[in-house]
Design a protein around this ligand. Structure first.
Ligand code: FAD
Length: 341
């Protein structure tokens, strides 16, 4: 069963399962499966996956490569990390060593190799800001390639890797971090408030990490076996980005709604606000699955008693309710395996 490999604790069996401890094993497992035209699923920490109850009819390759290499590049440090390293210990090390640029992404579950996939981000930072290069196996050309950040197509919670999950296997990621005792400029209002500073100020790295972890724990966003609200895939819906026309339609239905202005006249709307206003409060339940009691965006399987079908039914109810009330269609953030919203 794949359920124990996912943070939601959901998902049926895999036809085959292999663990790749070296980059060579990772490449050869995928290459052989491709050669035999077998479907392949790369598995990291399973924290952004919704796997169907029927499971996966192919080969699951668990990414378990290890290693961190550090070098200097002027005032920056280049940290090259194998895909199977856990993300948060890397952030903890960066904070301890005085490497600035990832501290606000403390407490995000999962592996390093998954961070470029959806351009992981939180509290005003995203990996697109610090990724220098991604080494990947290109399944189309069958070559290992080094992709510069500008080639990765990073955007809000997506990248070219996520747009076509069947093409690249991430082998390692090189982050360029600033040698500094202070965090990057604090860009997120809630974090600035918690730290008692103004937006744009910089704070000691350890303070930024602690404040982010506290905020995240309060929302059930740090994995904790004792907190059923953390049995989730993080935010289930992305914040919708609307064109000026769509924004005008929403403004007619919901005058004064909260939003952030983006370049090019686009606006981003908090999905959590839409969900709550559409009648789905924190803790809203449907059988064994429910919205987190701490965070409207997280759908949870709190006691581990639900199924993927239960979760999808709740997700559809929320999506359809928001669409009916506001004319905005929410899109799922986690990757769906063998199922769709
Ligand atoms: C409690 C909680 C809080 C979260 N908070 C955040 C947050 O603040 N910000 C945020 O951005 N995300 C957040 N997430 C989502 C998730 O943690 C991230 O997306 C994370 O990067 C997923 O890593 P993973 O290793 O678990 O990936 P998985 O879930 O195992 O895989 C995700 C996708 O990446 C693919 N993949 C995995 N490894 C590779 C590889 N080496 N090469 C190519 N493809 C690969 C998989 O096939 C899959 O399509 C949260 C999740 C949880 C459960």
């Amino acid at each position: 069963m794949l359920a124990p490999y996912t943070t939601l604790g959901l998902g049926g069996p895999a036809l085959d399962f292999v663990r790749a401890d070296t980059a060579e094993q990772l490449v050869s497992s995928v290459a052989e499966a491709d050669h035999a035209a077998r479907p392949t699923l790369l598995l990291g920490g399973g924290s952004n996956l919704v796997v169907s109850d029927a499971g996966f009819d192919g080969l699951v390759v668990q990414v378990a490569t290890r290693g961190v290499a550090v070098s200097r590049d002027g005032e920056q440090v280049l940290v090259t990390v194998e895909a199977g390293e856990d993300w948060d210990p890397l952030v903890a090390r960066a904070v301890a060593e005085g490497w600035s640029g990832v501290e606000c992404m403390s407490g995000i579950p999962g592996l390093v190799g998954s961070t470029p996939i959806q351009n992981v981000g939180a509290y005003g930072q995203e990996v697109a800001q610090t990724v220098r290069c991604v080494r990947a196996y290109d399944r189309r050309t069958r070559h290992v390639v080094d992709l510069e950040a500008r080639q990765c197509g990073f955007a809000y919670r997506t990248s070219m890797f996520k747009r076509d999950l069947s093409r690249y296997v991430v082998l390692s990621v090189t982050y360029a971090l600033e040698l500094a005792e202070l965090s990057g400029p604090v860009a997120y209002q809630e974090l600035a408030g918690r730290l008692g500073v103004g937006p744009g100020d910089r704070v000691p790295l350890a303070d930024a990490r602690e404040a982010v972890l506290e905020l995240r724990r309060g929302k059930g966003m740090v994995l904790d076996p004792d907190d059923p609200d953390t049995r989730s895939a993080g935010s289930f819906f992305t914040n919708p980005v609307l064109t000026a026309e769509q924004a005008a339609e929403l403004a007619a239905r919901a005058p004064g709604h909260p939003h952030w202005e983006l370049p090019d006249g686009l606006i981003k709307v908090p999905a959590a606000w839409l969900i709550e206003q559409a009648g789905f409060p924190k803790g809203y339940g449907r059988g064994p699955v429910r919205i987190s009691t701490k965070h409207t965006l997280a759908l949870t399987n709190p006691e581990g008693a639900g199924t993927t079908a239960d979760l999808l039914a709740l997700a559809r109810e929320v999506r359809d309710g928001v669409r009916e009330k506001f004319g905005v269609t929410l899109v799922n953030e986690p990757v769906m395996v063998g199922c769709a919203l």
